[in-house]
Design a protein around this ligand. Structure first.
Ligand SMILES: *[C@@H]1O[C@H](CO)[C@@H](O)[C@H](O)[C@H]1NC(C)=O
Ligand SMILES: *[C@@H]1O[C@H](CO)[C@@H](O)[C@H](O)[C@H]1NC(C)=O
Length: 277
């Protein structure tokens, strides 16, 4: 091989590796397994030739999607850290509750780091909760799985509510105000949060665009009016003001991740984010 051919070959190799698509992690929702994301995985592989897709499964089967949030996050942290294909960073497409686990991954672990995220109907601001459910599970419902489903919902509420709590214990930041959470969130390149205006699962359905009930349990309070946002505890204000946090509204049932209608909306709102470096 002549030197010029060798240089040409190197240049081709460099271009190929630069152009390699960013790996994508898929994360399913509650009462589901990664089978529910198989269609999206196929769609991505057809649309982005050569893309590496890690279709994450929390535990084994759908029961463990009711695990406490922190346990699911820890599981995901180990699972993704163990995948050699992801070590240079990756993008995430996540549906429903998977969005909370994904956010927990970014805030608490982020190793390997997430670059871009498309959240699909994820209850960012929690869901209208069932307070004090934990003692009931044991004493009244004898630890029935339904009860743990409720408990899980409560857990998600606690997880998101704590992010909004103004003050921590003396000398300690409140949960959600740890500098690491903010730094990790600000390391994200681009985020889209997709909300469905016909969602019948999330209460309020606006939770997927980070709108929550006010103290009266009726009034809807937008993200931008929360202290968490105004004081930029987890970096959302900075992300939005720099054009890296965007919101989109679609009209599709909460758990439709399969239909041609879904494909169209996914291609419009999520795919561009997932194709970024
Ligand atoms: C779900 O995850 C398991 C464990 O990682 C994997 O073996 C399986 O292939 C995945 N299923 C799909 C449909 O991707
Ligand atoms: C429910 O589970 C808890 C924790 O595992 C256990 O201590 C308790 O005895 C159980 N209650 C019933 C009624 O089975």
């Amino acid at each position: 091989m002549t030197p010029s051919k060798f240089v040409f070959l190197l240049a081709v190799l460099a271009t190929v590796s630069l152009a390699a698509p960013t790996p994508i992690v898929l994360l399913h929702g509650i009462k589901a397994t990664n089978q529910t994301m198989a269609h999206v995985a196929d769609l991505l592989r057809q649309t982005i030739p050569g893309v590496y897709v890690h279709n994450a499964e929390i535990g084994k089967g759908d029961v463990d999607s009711f695990w406490p949030m922190t346990k699911q996050i820890d599981y995901l942290c180990k699972d993704l850290a163990a995948d050699p294909h992801l070590q240079g960073g990756f993008n995430v497409f996540t549906v429903s509750q998977g969005g909370l686990v994904t956010r927990g991954y970014v805030e608490r672990c982020n190793s390997p780091p997430v670059r871009n995220i498309a959240f699909w109907v994820s209850p960012q601001a929690g869901v209208s909760g069932v307070p004090m459910v934990e003692p009931w599970c044991d004493q009244v419902f004898h630890n029935s799985s339904l009860c743990y489903a409720l408990d899980h919902v409560f857990d998600a509420v606690v997880y998101t509510k704590e992010v909004q709590r103004p003050a921590g214990r003396p000398g300690q930041p409140a949960r959600g105000q740890e500098p690491q959470y903010r730094a990790n969130m600000l390391a994200l390149h681009d985020i889209v949060m997709v909300h469905s205006d016909i969602d019948k699962v999330l209460v309020p359905r606006e939770s997927s665009s980070w709108v929550q009930y006010g103290p009266d349990g009726k009034t809807l309070v937008p993200l931008q009016q929360t202290e968490m946002y105004k004081q930029d505890w987890i970096g959302l204000r900075t992300l939005e003001e720099s054009g890296r946090l965007r919101f989109a509204t679609v009209s599709i049932p909460h758990d439709d991740y399969y239909s041609p209608a879904f494909d169209g909306l996914f291609t419009k709102h999520a795919l561009p984010v997932l194709m970024k470096n």
